[in-house]
Design a protein around this ligand. Structure first.
Ligand code: MV4
Length: 663
């Protein structure tokens, strides 16, 4: 008889989707919860039912225990899966679920409490015989005691907040003279961040890898491990790449670390999914760091190498079943690597990015798995984590898994919001990563900030951007306004080149583009750069096919205002068209093309095809941003085409009219 039938997923984003999928597959009904910012989020539609929690801020929605419990009551859910983050490691939430008669799909509240405190956890682990870094984890927190103990341990030393996590309240002390100050500042940071000033001291392990063991325990005393994950590639204590198995772990070490992790779980009578984190030093010694009492972001790499569904295991354990298999029956096969796709800008020190997703194309292929919450047209809001999903590749060996993941990232299209996608490719391509030779300093060592920020689009990418910008204006006018075919080759007879200014960040490229035939262009990006000859073989509103210098390819693009997002040759860059600069809404090039520089409405058109016009004369009047702009001719000439009439709405960059300049 099952204990529960309907599972409330107390989370959002990709993990809510992952858990909903797993629960549905097992035959459970699912209930999603959402904030106002997530009204149209994918997890809301994926679940059978959904309950609104409240306004967007997490303190008024996903972190409010009472609202979660009420959502379960209202929907008739009888179990709660917390996912990761939010309330997943909140013992008070686990207790509140139990008090409300809900099955909490996770460990006991006491296990969460114990592992949430580094001092208590470490004392228990030492007692259980799990290897720990030598240090001080005493009750006495007097300055004199801490300093005396630190001198005994010897520098370098790690000062850690007992309640800390993710590097907060942590200090590395290389020199005894700095000890007192480090203790003082760690203590006050801990008090402010966690409401507890308790500290522990540890010998610092240098050049360590972060290797963690996945454990699982049922309520019948069975505990097994599912091997390790190497999560050494991190940035500011945020994991970036995770893989299984670790390139630094052989079978003998796996057995030893796995056994230590199982003993850790047994010592605290653990239940469900857990992860025991170790520091692994260069000599192969490993030390307990902490235990995470939840399903982790990186669980898919373990699933891909073991062939097991960890959400299914969690549900079975919560039902009171025994573990699906014994240690000896678990087989590991091949290699899996995961990268975290985040809406953040590597060029701005990884500043989180928000905005509308204009285009999302998920990669596919052998061994590729994508766990994500992206939707075309969806908004990435500033209220939640910047991680939008994970790309995971499995292969029969590490080399194949790595190549597949690089290919998947190159095929993946995310336009509208800057992401770390191309940075992830650079990491996977790095020779040290390829060799499996990395530790927790990998990103700092090989990707210093100035080097990340120095990356620029290549010549061909910029040339394709220029063609896309130019061609879409011509196409937009022709299709929207029903103009003649000859319009596009109008420039042909002219043989004038059009000057585009393309910007990216602080960079500005002047580029001359000239039509050399129908849909054929010659792009000149400056004296030292070779001219690029690009022919468009198809062009839709979001992608085009081209031949560039004899090589066929395709590109995805999206535009918003004067921005052009372009994904081709495996790279995504966003460009701004700086050819026309506001507030001169009617600025135009010397070639006679008249484009709207912002969205607006045509109030009047003063000319018609065939008219002679002089430079400075008003061609039309555009209303934009509550102002009227007299859009004037920049050249003397003959009006060739007029694509708008009074009352029309125009989009920024839309070609409104064209004047054929006179010599
Ligand atoms: C350490 C350490 C070296 N020696 N403890 C970072 C966050 C917290 N989970 C523990 N951390 C560390 N503890 C000793 N005794 C180095 C780190 C550390 C680290 C650990 C794992 C992954 C990335 C890291 C980056 C910097 C420091």
């Amino acid at each position: 008889m099952s204990k529960f039938k309907k599972v409330l997923i107390a989370n959002r984003g990709e993990i809510a989707l992952r858990v909903i999928r797993g629960a549905k597959r097992m035959g459970y009904s699912t209930v999603a919860v959402y904030s106002d910012a997530d009204r149209d989020a994918a997890h809301v539609w994926a679940a059978d039912e959904a309950v609104r929690l409240g306004p967007a801020p997490v303190g008024e929605s996903y972190l409010v225990i009472d609202k979660m419990i009420e959502a379960a009551r209202a929907s008739g859910a009888d179990a709660v899966h917390p996912g990761y983050g939010f309330l997943a490691e909140n013992a008070g939430f686990a207790r509140a679920c139990e008090s409300a008669g809900l099955v909490f799909i996770g460990p006991t509240p006491d296990a969460i409490d114990l592992m949430g405190n580094k001092r208590a956890a470490k004392l228990r682990m030492i007692e259980a015989g799990v290897p720990c870094v030598p240090g001080y984890e005493g009750e006495d927190q007097e300055d004199d005691t801490l300093i005396a103990r630190a001198r005994e341990i010897g520098c370098p030393i790690m000062v850690k907040a007992s309640a800390g996590g993710g590097g907060r309240g942590m200090r590395l002390v290389a020199d005894e003279a700095k000890l007192a100050e480090a203790i003082k500042s760690a203590r006050s940071e801990a008090q402010n961040a966690f409401g507890s000033s308790e500290l522990i001291l540890e010998k610092a392990v240098i050049n360590a890898r972060h290797v963690e063991i996945q454990v699982f325990a049922d309520t019948h005393g069975n505990v097994i491990h599912l091997g390790e994950r190497d999560c050494s590639v991190q940035r500011r204590h945020q994991k970036v790449v995770e893989e299984a198995p670790s390139p630094a772990v052989d079978e003998a070490l796996r057995d030893k670390m796995g056994q230590a992790a199982v003993e850790a779980a047994q010592a605290i009578k653990y239940r469900g999914a857990g992860t025991v984190e170790f520091l692994l030093d260069t000599s192969g010694e490993f030390y307990f760091m902490e235990m995470n009492t939840r399903l982790q972001v990186e669980h898919p790499v373990t699933e891909l190498v073991t062939g097991q569904d960890l959400v299914e295991w969690q549900l079975r354990v919560a039902e009171g079943e025994t573990l699906p298999m014994a240690q000896a029956d678990l087989q590991m096969k091949g290699h899996a690597i995961e990268v975290r796709l985040c809406a953040e800008d590597p060029e701005q020190d990884f500043l989180p990015q928000t905005g509308k997703v204009l285009r999302w194309h998920e990669p596919q292929g052998d061994g590729i798995r994508v766990d994500h919450c992206l939707q075309e047209g969806g908004e990435i809001s500033p209220f939640y984590d910047s991680m939008q999903g994970k790309l995971i590749a499995w292969g029969p060996n590490r080399y194949v898994a790595r190549c597949r993941l690089i290919k998947a990232l190159e095929e993946c299209v995310l336009l509208g919001v800057v992401s770390n996608k191309d940075f992830l490719v650079r990491i996977l391509n790095h020779e040290a990563f390829a060799a499996g030779d990395f530790d927790t300093k990998f990103i700092d060592r090989y990707f210093p900030r100035d080097e990340i920020e120095a990356a620029l689009p290549g010549l061909r990418h910029r040339a394709l951007a220029a063609v896309a910008m130019y061609h879409r204006d011509a196409t937009a006018l022709r299709s929207d306004q029903g103009l003649s075919e000859s319009f596009m080759s109008w420039r042909n007879s002219n043989a004038v080149s059009y000057q585009l200014k393309i910007g990216h960040g602080e960079n500005l490229w002047e580029c001359a583009i000239r039509a050399t035939g129908p849909c054929a262009y010659e792009v000149d990006l400056g004296d030292k750069e070779e001219k690029q000859h690009i022919t468009l073989t198809s062009f839709s509103d979001h992608e085009f096919h081209y031949v560039c210098e004899g090589v066929q390819g395709s590109a995805d693009y999206a535009g918003a205002g004067n921005l052009l997002w372009l994904s081709c040759e495996g790279e995504t860059w966003v460009y701004s068209d700086k050819t026309l600069l506001p507030p001169d809404a009617g600025a135009e090039g010397s070639d006679g093309r008249i484009l709207a520089s912002m969205d607006g409405k045509i109030l009047a058109v003063n000319v018609q095809p065939g008219d002679s016009i002089s430079k400075g004369e008003t061609v039309l009047v555009l209303e934009a941003m509550k102002m009227e702009f007299q859009v004037a001719a920049a050249v003397d000439g003959i009006v060739e085409e007029v694509g708008v009439s009074a009352g029309d709405q125009v989009k920024a960059r839309q070609l409104m009219a064209a004047i054929k300049p006179v010599e």
